[in-house]
Design a protein around this ligand. Structure first.
Ligand code: FRU
Length: 521
């Protein structure tokens, strides 16, 4: 991968909008992409990330660093691992080496070890290759030293990257496991080590399911199905770019078992139930049969935190898409992380599915809650509720009874024809059983031809009501439906600060049973 071929820099900004999100992390003045080295320790969540310390387009890759205690309010720290004339620092993960297997520790200090991809540049003897390297910290992640024996794992490959490392303990023994990708071969490679320095290959997985682009940023973790510790499953997440279900970048997942050597995908995991009975006729339809972490355009490179207590599995994704990431109209910063998401496994329609719910804690101050006192009957004309003042974020929780309506949902912005240039529609279609987000009229959309879009996902309600939770944070929305059964994340760049929420039903009636709008300023 090079800057010019894979992640081209955008043209000079036409409209630089002052729309820095409130609930999402952005770097103060610079560019970010993938979350890296997500780790929790002593009450603090550490978010490292792909960062260009010198600009707001992709390039000069280093690991930026931010910390938070509530997953909402973040403090930016100096660059943690800088690149140099020989290497760019690509994505990877961090482990706390409690047993000092690496030998980087001292008598009274436990080493934190970052395993990252060195993308070697021309002056390096390894030029052109991508290989796995180590850096360590003896002050709980604040400052880092590169290991002098880098790289520790090379295949002489040009596209071997994004190591996620965890401590495996099971019937097969206790050791470090690394999952990484051979990106252009659509393969996840698994390695094992006793000391984080010497690695032996265990197995490989793939190509499988979506293969229309490079596989990047894998993760592998166990989760109990339906909260039952006796029903442990393993989830393998694999990001793909391009070739995701909504176009461009996205994250797919596989459910199966990991025996300490290989990941074995469950039978039928490649074909979860879809709403339509029709056989797939093209790739787009085939893609809709796979498991996706998110069905929107802007949730990529998602990985999970290590070391979170109570077996919680929390993921963060980069809220952007390589299709247009370098062109999004913000300044001086560019790109935000998604909100942190609690990830669990639940049986839906007879199959295990990843469930995602916002994991952050709301700030103690500046929160205003509006709630409807009576249910609202919907038929025809949209009903409008208070929105957000300029500079606030909204968390909207809505519960509908779908009734006889053919389409129902929420409109963000103004539903009136006069302001039709700036609205985003979140629509459930009862005929096709699909949930969609339409951002074609969401405001500033012309900065890139691939930006205006409609995203949809199959969503069977199983006779139940439709429940939506939507986080609207100035320039993005994350829709979680049916308590996290599906997610759709999309960037939007509304023309005005004011955002109204309207509910509507068409082709019959529906009832808005509950509506809570939480405004965070
Ligand atoms: C994913 C990715 C990774 C790589 C990093 C470089 O967005 O392409 O595969 O490590 O970004 O910034």
């Amino acid at each position: 991968m090079t800057e010019t071929t894979t992640h081209p820099a955008g043209p000079a900004e036409e409209t630089a909008l002052n729309i820095r999100p409130i609930l999402h992390y952005t770097a103060k003045n610079t560019w970010l992409n993938d979350p890296n080295g997500l780790i929790y320790s002593n009450g603090i969540y550490h978010l490292y990330y792909q960062n260009n310390p010198y600009g707001n387009v992709w390039g000069n890759m280093a690991w930026g660093h931010a910390t938070s205690t509530d997953l909402t309010t973040w403090t930016e720290h100096p660059v943690a691992i800088p690149g140099d004339e020989e290497e760019d620092i690509f994505s990877g993960s961090i482990v706390i080496d409690h047993l000092n297997t690496s030998g980087f520790g001292t008598e009274d200090r436990t080493p934190w070890v970052a395993v990252y991809t060195s993308a070697f540049k021309d002056p390096s003897p390894h030029r052109g290759t991508q290989a796995q390297s180590l850096a360590y910290s003896l002050d709980e992640g604040m400052t880092w030293s590169k290991f002098t024996g880098n790289p520790v794992l090379s295949r002489g490959s040009l596209n071997f990257r994004d190591p996620k490392v965890f401590w495996y303990e099971g019937p097969a023994g206790s050791y470090w496991v690394m999952v990484a990708v051979e990106a252009q071969e659509q393969k996840v490679l698994l390695y094992r080590s006793e000391n984080l320095k010497d690695w032996d290959q265990l197995s490989e997985f793939g190509p499988a399911n979506a293969t229309g682009g490079e596989w990047e940023c894998p993760d592998l973790f166990p989760l109990p199905l339906d909260n039952d510790p006796l029903l442990m499953k393993w989830v393998l997440t694999v990001n793909i770019n391009p070739g995701a279900v909504a176009g461009g970048s996205g994250g797919q997942y596989f459910i199966g078992n990991f025996d300490g050597t290989s990941f074995i995908q469950d039978e039928h995991d490649d074909s979860p139930p879809v709403s339509s009975e029709a056989e797939p006729t093209d790739t787009a339809q085939q893609l809709r049969k796979y498991n996706w972490l998110d069905w929107g355009r802007d949730y990529y490179a998602a990985v999970s935190f290590s070391n979170v207590p109570d077996n919680r599995r929390i993921m963060i994704g980069w809220m952007n898409n390589w299709d247009y990431a370098n062109d999004t109209p913000t300044s001086p910063w560019r790109s935000a992380m998604s909100v942190a998401r609690d990830v669990t496994l639940r049986t839906i329609g007879g199959r295990p599915a990843v469930i995602q719910q916002p994991a952050f804690r709301l700030p103690d101050h500046g929160v205003h809650v509006y709630e409807i006192s009576d249910q609202v009957e919907l038929n025809g004309t949209p009903v409008t509720f208070p929105g957000s003042a300029d500079g606030t974020a909204l968390i909207v929780r809505a519960e509908f009874q779908t009734g006889t309506a053919s389409r129902l949902g929420l409109i963000l912005g103004s539903p009136s024809a006069a302001n039709a240039d700036s609205r985003t529609d979140i629509v459930y279609d009862t005929g096709t059983s699909e949930l969609a987000v339409d951002r074609t009229k969401s405001g500033h959309t012309t900065f890139h031809p691939l930006f205006p879009s409609v995203e949809s996902c199959p969503l069977a309600l199983y006779g139940k009501d439709l429940t939506l939770e939507i986080i609207i944070d100035r320039c993005s929305l994350e829709v979680f439906a049916q308590n996290g059964q599906v997610a759709i994340t999309d960037l939007i760049f509304p023309a005005r600060g004011q955002q109204f929420i309207s509910a509507f039903a068409e082709g019959g009636d529906a009832t808005l049973k509950k509506l809570t709008i939480t405004e965070v300023g």
